[in-house]
Design a protein around this ligand. Structure first.
Ligand SMILES: [Zn+2]
Length: 59
């Protein structure tokens, strides 16, 4: 299971997904809708993935 915790101040959004690609799509949508980031680049998503995504083993 992959869990995203938005690192933006005053934004405590959290998503979980068993599929990381699916999770990162939700993250990209979130950035667009909430943080006004129209283009979530791979660089940005990669950065967020290492800083805001935690992965726990599936049971
Ligand atoms: Zn956010």
């Amino acid at each position: 299971m992959h869990e995203f915790n938005c690192g933006h101040q005053e934004c405590a959004s959290q998503f979980t997904s068993s599929d990381k690609d699916n999770l990162m799509r939700q993250v990209a949508d979130h950035l667009k809708e909430v943080h006004n980031v129209q283009t979530a680049t791979q660089t940005l998503l990669g950065y967020l993935e290492t800083t805001c995504v935690t992965t726990t083993p599936d049971r």
